[in-house]
Ligand binder design. Structure first.
Ligand code: CTP
Length: 397
């Protein structure tokens, strides 16, 4: 049975949360409730326990038999719906604060999170609240628009919790969309990610700022759809997504060797790695002296070009195999992307602008999807969301 965890925080709209439980149950979801202590001032946990047939939890330290309820709750649900979400809870979610059971659960949650803000109109319209909601949206959290109208405090305007039936309908649509995802079971996907690191000597290297986030998001999404995923990754600080086979590499040549082996059986190859274009020709086993007056010293390190992994896979693509690359550009994004599509024999290039505060290391990305006959401009979105759109398009080739 699909489980929806309902997080209730402390605003007057908490009374409507009881109706949300009923509306979700009507759609055959198993509903569990976690509340803030402020919410428990508005509606008794007993009300939610009686409706949901599960204890409604409030206090992290008052959950007999479960020493880590935030983990149990956060990992035991298919969706975490926080409704109503007060301005305070929205701010805590945006800042990653986990100082009670509801917010700790949100941080530990591995399921999608949906937030229905509800508060006074003047609070809702404050820049701090709107920026926090935008932060949540950027991170892939679904934020419902507040309804507009007469408020309990006497003001009129946006900030009301949408009707329970409407919220339940959004939840239902979320699950329908998930069920409609085409299955990638049986598909083999190879993804390159992160930077490559090219040694100069025993203590120095040439590399770049790639965080690996895009490639790891793609790997997680492909695995979620049931694919058999090999993630050929340069050194990054990220943990390999669950169910993904991590192939750790350091240099471009190691990455190429790993890809050549995996590409033979691959259905889809996605090159998201920021491969160092050049490497020192003869890395030294000992530390090179920094003197600059003669060859063999640091200023004389000679660079040679690295193999182009995407171009190598594109060149040996068999019918039915799909090859997708990225293009990180500071200018002429679409033009250079189209050139790379042709020169590397890719089926699609995901082109995006890089530069100050854009691209490398960010959690979101604004990309163009370039194919032979089309250029699709996507809005700014979280990398997880972009990963999902990229896989949807590959599906359509
Ligand atoms: N790529 C690759 N191997 C390389 C260089 C790039 O596989 N040695 C792949 C990247 O993973 C990406 C695409 O090629 O999918 C484009 O990478 P990018 O760095 O934007 O372009 P380059 O080909 O390196 O060209 P330039 O630096 O001149 O823009």
């Amino acid at each position: 049975m699909t489980t929806v965890l309902l997080g209730v925080s402390g605003g007057i709209a908490a009374y409507k949360a009881a109706e949300i439980v009923r509306a979700l149950q009507k759609r055959d979801y198993d509903v569990r409730v976690v509340m803030t202590s402020n919410a428990a001032q508005f509606v008794s946990p007993l009300t939610f326990a009686a409706l949901s047939h599960h204890e409604a939890l409030v206090d992290e330290f008052d959950c007999p038999g479960d020493p880590i309820p935030h983990i149990t709750l956060g990992q035991g649900c298919d969706l975490f719906l926080i409704a109503p979400a007060t301005a305070n809870v929205v701010a805590k979610l945006a800042a990653g604060i986990a100082d009670d059971l509801l917010t700790s659960t949100a941080l530990a949650c591995t399921a999608p999170v949906m937030v229905a803000p509800a508060m006074n109109v003047h609070m809702y319209e404050k820049a701090a609240v709107q920026e926090n909601l935008a932060t949540l949206r950027r991170r892939g959290i679904t934020v419902l628009d507040a309804a507009s109208g007469y408020q309990a405090c006497g003001d009129t305007g946006p900030g009301r919790l949408p009707e329970p039936e409407q919220i339940a309908a959004v939840v239902e649509e979320h699950f329908h969309r998930q069920d409609a995802l085409p299955s990638w079971t049986g598909k083999k996907v190879v993804i390159t990610a992160g930077p490559t690191v090219e040694p100069i000597d025993a203590v120095r290297f040439v590399s770049n700022y790639s965080s690996g986030k895009m490639g790891y998001a793609l790997a997680a999404e492909a695995a979620r759809r049931g694919a058999d995923v090999a993630l050929v990754s340069g050194p990054v600080t990220l943990k390999a997504p669950e169910g993904v086979q991590l192939v750790p590499v350091k240099t471009a040549r190691e990455m190429l060797a790993a890809c050549e082996e995996a590409f033979v059986a691959a259905d889809v190859f996605i090159a998201s790695a920021a491969v160092a274009d050049f490497r020192p020709e003869s890395p030294s086993d000992s530390k090179i002296k920094k003197g600059s007056s003669q060859e063999g010293q640091l200023s004389y390190v000679r660079l040679v070009e690295n193999p182009d992994i995407l171009a190598a896979m594109g060149a040996k693509k068999r019918p039915g195999q799909r090859v997708v690359g990225f293009a990180a550009e500071t200018d002429n994004v679409v033009g250079y992307g189209q050139q790379k599509l042709a020169s590397k024999h890719a089926d699609m290039i995901v082109a995006n602008q890089v530069g100050e505060n854009k691209g490398f290391g960010a959690d979101d990305n604004q990309a163009f999807l370039i194919t032979e006959n089309n250029v699709e401009e996507l809005p700014l979105m979280a990398k997880q969301q972009l990963a999902s759109v990229i896989l949807d398009r590959i599906e359509q080739f």
